[in-house]
Design a protein around this ligand. Structure first.
Ligand code: CMC
Length: 443
């Protein structure tokens, strides 16, 4: 099958493309759908029924899996919009709770709506006390992402009153619970790894402050949250809150498409985020910078990144969608400078190394030709380290922030009248049917 062409004509009742099967000569017409912005999409839903053909698109590089009104990305121009609002504006003017409300409900909240939303979320931050004991079954050296997957999934065993996905009220309660509890789950994963007692959430603190409190406070002395650090963390949460149909979000949607409960779906998203090509990249960036060690070794590592026979990649560089500077990376770089200034860490060797690596890579023909720019993860690890957050918690923080995006996308999917169980097909290249040979006849 070849020759997909746009057959727009003024007289055409609707836009469509034709596909020509060059073997049989048959021509098929497929509708062309327009979103509010962004490329048009060919509606191939009738394809198999009409032609007997599947499409083949490993990695979904050309496939739209759903209709969505939440997030828009123009990767060529470095644009990221949530419900129509630019990420730069949200990072500068909004806070994470406002952004969360926007993602979930579609509009920015009024003052009263924001107050109520914050209050509702705050009242759900505690974990069922029995979950305390659940933690104790993990090894102390468990990776906190393993604990995150386990505890998030286990919430479905604790909150039976919010598992009915056909009930909008129960869906909302489950959504609020997960957004509220995910910082507690994350901070407790850290506390457990250090052997310190769990710190309970405090309702007088905002979302980011509360997380810092649960991470760093101990029962022995008062802990004062640094407002610059809290604001920076809040901004990092905004920058990671949603990102369209990426691997973990698609995982959440796919898990949810079968009718699985919301806690299980978000646990699946956490698992997908863990990988180094996705959310695990912020941890990998810091490990990479540590391995490079000094500026004079940058050329050696760049050469390795360009060598097709070497699996090494420059972590924090490149993106499936952005073929321009990731708009989140720009805000992240600025935030990085703010935090290091505030903490008296200006001149921090890893930041200097990162900036030099970025400068050299952006001038290198390999990275220029392939349009490989720094992504959101390039600077976030340096900020987290300056905040005293251990490397193993970096991806956990990404999961804390992305939970609201996953939930917004999951809710949108459940409410979508076209929603079906996700069930891709394949290009099978294995054996055709063959005759079973009994064991004793196989030699
Ligand atoms: N270093 C060196 N070469 C690279 C890199 C890199 N970081 N990223 C892509 N390339 C090359 C790749 O080898 C390929 O070359 P060729 O065309 O000659 O085979 C070309 O650029 C296109 O790469 P790709 O792997 O086909 O692109 P992709 O869209 O499948 O992968 C990516 C996107 C993000 C997985 C990839 O760029 C990567 O592995 N980056 C490093 C990991 C990273 O920073 N991930 C965080 C992504 S942003 C946060 C998030 O959304 O989770």
């Amino acid at each position: 099958m070849t020759n997909a062409q746009n057959t727009e004509t003024p007289a055409a009742p609707r836009e469509s493309v034709t596909l020509t099967d060059n073997t049989s000569g048959k021509v098929y017409e497929m509708p062309l759908l327009s979103g509010s912005v962004g490329p048009k999409v060919i509606d191939i839903r009738p394809l198999y029924a009409q032609t007997g053909f599947f499409t083949y698109d490993p990695g979904f590089t050309s496939t739209g899996s759903c209709e969505s009104k939440i997030t828009f990305i123009d990767g060529d121009h470095g644009v990221l919009l949530h419900r129509g609002y630019a990420i730069e504006d949200l990072a500068e003017h909004a806070d994470f709770m406002e952004t969360a409300y926007l993602l979930l409900k579609g509009e920015l909240p009024s003052v009263a709506q924001k107050t109520k939303f914050e209050n509702d979320i705050t009242r759900h931050t505690m974990l069922h006390e029995q979950i305390n004991y659940f933690y104790r079954a993990f090894r102390r050296d468990a990776h906190p992402m393993a604990v995150m997957c386990g505890v998030m999934g286990a919430l479905s065993a604790f909150y039976h009153d919010s598992l009915d996905i056909s009930d909008p009220h129960q869906r909302m309660v489950a959504s609020y619970r997960m957004i509220a509890k995910v910082p507690t789950i994350a901070a407790w994963a850290y506390k457990y790894s250090t052997g310190q007692p769990f710190m309970y959430p405090q309702n007088n603190l905002n979302y980011a402050e509360n997380f810092l409190h649960m991470m760093f406070a101990t029962p022995c002395e008062p802990y004062k949250v640094n407002p610059v650090v809290a604001r920076a963390l809040d901004r990092i949460l905004i920058l990671h809150a949603d990102h369209e149909q990426n691997a973990s979000t698609s995982t959440v949607r796919l898990a949810g498409s079968s009718g699985a409960n919301p806690f299980a779906c978000i646990a699946a998203g956490i698992a997908s985020l863990w990988g180094p090509a996705h959310g695990g990249a912020n941890e990998a960036v810091l490990n990479m910078l540590t391995e490079i060690g000094s500026k004079d070794r940058i050329p050696e590592f760049l050469a390795r990144a360009k060598d097709k026979n070497d699996p090494f990649r420059l972590m924090g560089f490149g993106h499936r969608v952005y073929k321009n500077y990731d708009p989140r990376a720009k805000v992240m770089q600025m935030t990085c400078h703010e935090v290091l200034d505030e903490l008296g860490l200006r001149g921090e060797p890893l930041l200097e190394l990162a900036m030099e690596l970025e400068r050299i890579a952006l001038e290198d023909p390999y990275f220029v030709e392939k349009k490989l720019y720094p992504n959101v993860d390039f600077y976030s690890g340096i900020i987290f380290r300056a905040m005293g957050i251990p490397v193993s918690m970096f991806t956990v923080l990404f999961a804390v922030a992305r939970t609201v995006g996953w939930i917004a996308q999951w809710n949108e999917m459940i409410e979508d009248p076209h929603q079906k169980i996700g069930r891709p097909r394949q290009l099978y290249t294995g054996f055709p049917q063959r005759t079973y040979v009994p064991l004793d006849a196989r030699g």
